[in-house]
Design a protein. Structure first.
Length: 136
């Protein structure tokens, strides 16, 4: 287990509705980094990738040498860990960006874990997404 944990989530409301992504970086049970943005006109899966990419960028910028990534998206988590293939060309671009950032952190220094949406830190990033979509 790494010193740092990245929890990320993406959300989308309906077809054509608002969307958002969010992440928190946790060390010693304290939030040391976070980000959240609106992102309309994309799918929930794209938002999941955008949250992951933003969190990995934070890790690179702040010199994090290893990180455990937790998501409630089985698709993204399993694509990033190599269990699922990436078939969509638009998703492949996001995947390639995430892999590039992963390589900057360290080849084997990033591990991916699926967790249920009831996980306490996932609830926090989910609320960040919902607050952003609600304009809070």
């Amino acid at each position: 287990m790494s010193e740092y944990s990245l929890f990320c989530d993406g959300a989308k409301r309906g077809n054509g509705g608002p969307g958002a992504w969010a992440f928190v970086i946790v060390a010693d049970e304290k939030v040391v980094g976070k980000g959240c943005e609106s992102s309309n006109d994309v799918t929930s899966n794209v938002n999941e990738y955008l949250a992951l990419i933003a969190g990995l960028k934070w890790c690179v910028k702040n010199g994090v040498g290893a990180v455990d990534v937790y998501q409630d998206s089985q698709l993204v988590s399993r694509q990033m860990s190599g269990e699922y293939a990436v078939r969509s060309p638009s998703m492949m671009k996001l995947y390639d960006t995430a892999v590039f950032l992963e390589d900057l952190i360290g080849d084997a220094a990033v591990s991916y874990h699926w967790v249920p949406r009831e996980h306490p830190w996932i609830k926090i990033v989910d609320k960040m997404c919902n607050d952003k979509m609600d304009g809070v």
